[in-house]
Design a binder for this molecule. Sequence first.
Ligand code: ATP
Length: 274
Amino acid sequence: AAAKKAPARAPQTLSFDDIGGQEQAKRELTEALDFLVKQDQITKLGIRPLKGILLTGPPGTGKTLLAKAAARHTHSAFIAASGSEFVEMYVGVGAGRIRDLFNEARKQAAKLKLDSAIVFIDEIDGIGGKRDGGQHREYDQTLNQLLTEMDGIQGNESPRVLLIAATNRKELLDAALLRPGRFDRHIQVDLPDKTGREHILKLHARNKPLAEDVSLAKVADETFNFSGAQLESVMNEAAIYAMRDGCEQIGANHLALAIDKVMMGERMDRETTK
Ligand code: ATP
């Protein structure tokens, strides 16, 4: 079977400024990306090329956004896939898809006349989970192909490829992926703190008319432990409540209802998956 072609969108329009909070993750990521940009210096100093960056953290905290912003920051082609896409019944299919993904990334970069390409694999644990003594041959082949692709990344090739992967569960990853020379950088992407939450709310309020009684700082106070994805949902739900009320602006009451709704949805999700 041919690999599903993930749409390549390059250069990305999403930038680090569109990501709320996550200051440390952004700093660590841009620092790591310097390795891609300052390749000449890296080669002169004999530093081995950076092949992979692993983003770890709970769902909805902006890992995909960070990968896209990384592509824009480095002016790279961008191609994305999810680890769950590689789970196939037949031996070899998953491995072929990995090969196609990296080839496609190189092709896209060449087509767009860019020097580098970023391959983003979300839910990498779907491919690179711990191996259990050769019981899953298909799975092993897919992981092996990924390791082969990473090992093949050279500092001097054109276009250069960088793998960014994300997982919610780093402890499940196979040791082969965590060895030096594979994912050399691990970046933690945690739930946002209060300042981060306010920043995220502000970003998602950019296109929304807010009433005077709204304080996003107060909303940030009341959304402890919410992820960026949940905060986006709060702003969106609040706008829907405002529309239902026939209001032209989103009021504090709409935001309060939206917080309850998102919190409730989360609780229901947890109960149904028990
Ligand atoms: P998953 O692990 O579930 O794949 P993720 O960490 O990759 O999640 P994203 O896909 O980056 O999460 O985020 C989902 C959505 O949540 C984004 O499209 C955005 O609307 C919102 N979001 C999450 N984090 C942030 C953030 N830090 N700033 C602004 N928006 C955010």
